[in-house]
Structure formats: C-alpha cells, structure tokens
Design a protein around this ligand. Structure first.
Ligand code: PMP
Length: 317
C-alpha cells in the first residue's frame, strides 16, 4: 500500500500539519545527538475494525527513562504521551493498515556548546503507515559486524539515544553493502549483544537463550514480550546469559525481534547455516504468537493492546 502519511505531527505542544513541524538548523540535538527516540507499532485488526497500539505505556516509560539519562526535564507522563498519541492517530484516521509511530525527545535550544545541562527539552511525535523493515523475514542472511556495540559507559544502549544510532548506522550499512540483511554486533568483551536495531535470541537443544540487559543492549519491549510468550505459551525455558560468537554457528535456530523487524528468522550467519538454514519450529511459533498478540487476538494479553477508535466512541457515548 502506498504511504499516505504522516499528515500531522505533535510539535511544540500541539498537533500541527506535518509541513509545519520544522526545527532550526541550530537545534542542539541535531549537532550533538542529544535526543532519544522510540518506535511503536499499531496494528489493524480486520474483524474488530480497530487499530491496536502495542504496549504504548511501556514505550513511553522507556523514552522518559532515556530523558532521565540525558538530564531532561519534560512535563509529560507515559499516560499524557499516550493521550497525545490517541489524539494524533484519530486525527490521521488510519484504517485498514498498520502504523509505525515515532516519538522523539530532544534538546531543543538553538545554541552551540556540548553539554546536557541548561538546555530546553521538547517532545515531538508522528505516525505513518509501515510494512516490513527487513524484506527477508523468514530467512535473513546475517554477518557478525566488525563494528563493536557501544558500551554503557560510552553511550548507554538502554537509552535509545539519537547520537548512539551512528553506531547502528555504521553496522547496518556495512552489512547491507556486503549483501547481508542484518548484522550481529559484539560488545567489548566479544559477546553477542544484539542486531543494529533489534534484540537477538537463539535456540539450543530446546532452550531459548538471549543476552542480558546488562550486556549493552536496548531493553527491548518486543524482547520482554517474546520471553513471556515463550515461557507461558510454549512451555520452554528461557535462559538470559552471555552468548559467544561461535555459539550462533552451532545453534538450532536464531531470530531477531523488535518493534520494527517484528520477529524474523535468521537463516545464515557468515555463510554458516543456522540449523538446516530454514525457519525452525520455535521461531515459527514465536512469529505466529507475536503477530496474533499485537493484533489483540490472544485474550490473556489484551492489556498490551490499546484500541484507538473504540475508546473514543466509548468516551462519547
Ligand atoms: N535494539 C535496538 C538497538 C533497537 O534500536 C531496537 C528497536 N527499538 C530494539 C533492540 C528492539 O526494541 P523494541 O522491541 O523495544 O522495539
């Protein structure tokens, strides 16, 4: 489907046409990477004719935590950010398609000088129709990047800080220009952290394994959801521990997950097949569960789904 939005943005305290959401070239965050962003998805459910936002309060909580790391003082709560998002989506009136939402907090003062203090902070957000992030969702070809993941004591990965994404961009472009779909990134100790913009899982002998949040990874909301789904719906053990590079070569299955990529199977790492090189049963089931849950189709996880239009009708009636 052709992209038709965004038509609006929340900008400087109100919803405005997207063409009016413009910043000065002097904006601090543009020069020094002093912003933090989120990525949220909303999924269309055909039977219910409803758009469901997936775990928005968790996303807004995380972005405000990033703001804390960046010494920001923002007059928002997760709940007030959600209300703005509902207003924005209703104004866009997206129906029959899935949507990607981009909240961004940033140091907005137009001034030269590297620092975090004595600067104004602001919040903007827009939403646009969005499909797949990686085309090869059922068998991604992956390389181990020559670039290392930024360390918590360099730029904290849990912060989702705009400047830190120069690291992800170096990783992604290197992999793409070499013909790979994605890259696995090692931390400074040589253990696997995550992909350029997604968390990593592998399966060995029926156990699902993923690196810990102290391993220079983003504290992924998809990761957290997938861990719970695997434990509760698939009755498999999830081990959270360090992973060596070569463990992936001998894994039975592996996958990336994140709001953007959703759940994608890894078919090959540096020309070694993962398992038999096709999507395995665990990844297949995780994908199916995830795609059902984000559309509100599993009753026990309905509190992860925030309906956009229904709440409005209920409020009016
Ligand atoms: N790691 C990185 C580096 C990311 O940019 C993302 C995408 N936000 C993720 C992991 C996945 O996080 P989430 O599931 O919260 O989208």
């Amino acid at each position: 489907m052709a992209q038709t939005g965004p038509n609006y943005a929340y900008f400087e305290g109100k919803i405005v046409p997207i063409a009016e959401a413009k910043l000065s070239v002097m904006t601090h965050a543009l020069h020094y990477g002093t912003g933090a962003f989120g990525g949220v998805r909303a999924y269309w459910n055909d039977e219910e004719e409803e758009l469901f936002i997936f775990r928005p309060l968790d996303h807004f909580k995380r972005i405000l935590n990033s703001g804390k790391i960046l010494l920001m003082d923002l007059p928002y709560t997760p709940e007030s950010m959600l209300q703005i998002l509902l207003d924005l989506l209703r104004k866009e009136n997206y129906r029959g398609e899935n949507v990607y939402i981009r909240p961004l907090i940033y140091k907005s003062t137009p001034v030269i000088g590297v620092r975090l203090h004595d600067l104004d902070d602001d919040f903007t957000m827009f939403a646009q129709p969005f499909g797949s992030y990686i085309p090869n969702e059922e068998g991604a070809k992956v390389t181990v990047s020559a670039w290392r993941r930024i360390d918590d004591n360099v730029i904290p990965a849990r912060g989702k800080i705009t400047g830190a994404y120069a690291n992800s961009a170096l990783i992604k472009t290197d992999a793409s220009l070499k013909g790979y779909d994605e890259a696995l990134v090692l931390d400074h100790n040589g253990h696997i952290s995550e992909g350029s913009a997604e968390n990593f899982f592998m399966v060995r002998d029926g156990v699902v394994i993923t690196p810990p949040i102290s391993g220079n990874i983003l504290e992924g909301i998809t990761r957290r959801s997938v861990i719970q789904l695997i434990q509760e719906q698939m009755n498999l053990d999830v081990q959270v521990r360090e992973i060596d590079r070569t463990e992936v070569f001998v894994a039975d299955e592996a996958f990336f997950c994140g709001t953007g990529v959703q759940v994608i199977a890894i078919a090959e790492v540096d020309h070694r097949k993962v398992g038999d090189g096709t999507m395995g049963p665990v990844v297949r089931q995780v994908r199916e569960l995830y795609h059902a849950v984000v559309r509100g189709k599993l009753p026990q996880y309905r509190d992860w789904n925030v309906p956009v239009y229904r709440a409005e009708t209920e409020a009016i009636s």
